[in-house]
Design a protein. Sequence first.
Length: 212
Amino acid sequence: MRREQPRELPTASLPRLTHRLHVPVVAASDKLEPMRITLQDEVAVVTGGSRGIGAATVKVLVAAGAKVVFNYHRGNQAAKEVIKCCKGLEGQAIAERADVSSMADAKRLAEVAVNHFGKVDILVAFVKGLSTELAPHGILVNCLAPGWVETEMSTPVLNDKREYKRAISLIPLRRFARAEEIALPILFLASPMATFITGEILNVNGGSVLCG
């Protein structure tokens, strides 16, 4: 995941999901004051945003006020459902059919964001690297490494009692994550709360040693 580093730290609103998430922050006076995550006026590109973790990420970023462009490959109806879920939230979502394994399509996806919103601040592509090279340019690069998540990809394991029991035996929290529980840490890394974090791999796996 990559984003441009903001020049100042705004304190504004947190995403309106089903509830508000207030995060206490220690101010210079050591007095605890509420701070709410916002991505208002930020533009994000999310790859694979029509299903699973990608879809949850689109919804969370839009709820935080971001303008999001995401791609789908074949899931046109799934992409429409994501757009529908984003209606009425603070931000905005646009779906574009693209195969991001193609450099031309990946470039076109970024161009759609620039053409519609004038810039790209955040790229969520579940990749790592380039942090040292891009840091002097104020670009933060971090990687989020999820463990087992309740998505279509994990359905075969979820439906197999033996395999599911084996999988959760390796997870201290004894369950799979919900897609939203992966998307919210992505929101944090894309927010003004993470402007001094780069080159990191954030394991979100319920304590599983398999992922790090």
